[in-house]
Design a protein around this ligand. Structure first.
Ligand code: MN
Length: 239
């Protein structure tokens, strides 16, 4: 199977999403974003082992739900591709996945505190974040989700949430489109920063579950506005 069989516009959008996540400070040399193939069930698109800020079209490979490459390429894959494969296996509603180590989220993962929506831009956090500790599944490790078994454990921890915090590691966010998951990954990081600040001032009033749901619905219709702005900062991408 060749990645050329996927919609070229989807491929371009995934490359752009990699660049945006780097430009917005969600990923650095590490972290990744994937999207389900537009026409082949059980297959998703993910860059090879490349810093997201440097990803080009030719880096995008196809993987199956066991995390095995089904592309005609000899590119080295990301070690943690099982994060993506097992979430797609577990969640039919998920179309795109972001994994990052964005810094403001880390303190929540190590204290077991949940991210909760501190403002309307983060209504998607309405149910609170899920929590995952790799040590519960596998004892002492290098913290990386290196195989399908760990990926399954992570997907189970995620449950029906939109974001799971990974103790001592980072977070993984899911969405129904590339634009939505990029938005969520960016605003999970912003919410984490603001929530930490607010907790230092005193007791926090979060959005109620109903407020969060209403806010998320309102924002979902306007994500394109953010996407246009984020995209503008990237400029043309070499092929
Ligand atoms: Mn990682």
């Amino acid at each position: 199977m060749s990645v050329a069989q996927s919609d070229p516009a989807l491929l371009d959008k995934l490359v752009m999403a990699n660049r945006i996540l780097y430009d917005q400070g969600v990923v650095d040399g590490f972290g990744h974003i994937s999207v389900r193939h537009d026409s082949v069930p059980g297959v998703f698109l993910l860059s090879c082992n490349r810093a997201p800020g440097l990803v080009v079209r030719g880096d995008i490979d196809c993987f199956d739900l066991d995390g095995a490459s089904v592309s005609d390429s000899s590119n080295r894959p990301y070690l943690e591709r099982f994060i993506h494969s097992e979430i797609y296996r577990a969640r039919a509603d998920v179309i795109a996945v972001v994994h990052s180590h964005s810094p403001n989220v880390i303190p929540f993962g190590v204290t077991g505190q949940r991210l909760k929506p501190i403002f309307h831009m983060a209504g998607f956090l309405g149910g609170g974040t899920a929590h995952y500790d790799i040590r519960d599944a596998s004892g002492n490790t290098d913290l990386l989700v290196r195989n399908g078994e760990l990926g399954k454990y992570l997907a189970t921890a995620l449950g029906a949430h939109s974001c799971v915090l990974m103790r001592g590691h980072g977070s993984t966010t899911v969405g129904a489109s590339i634009e939505q998951v990029v938005y969520r990954a960016i605003y999970a990081e912003v919410n984490a920063r603001l929530q930490s600040q607010a907790l230092g001032l005193g007791p926090v009033t979060y959005l109620s579950e109903e407020e969060a749901q209403l806010a998320a619905t309102a924002i979902d219709g306007q994500i394109g506005r953010c996407w246009d702005l984020w995209q503008r900062r990237i400029g043309p991408i070499e092929s």
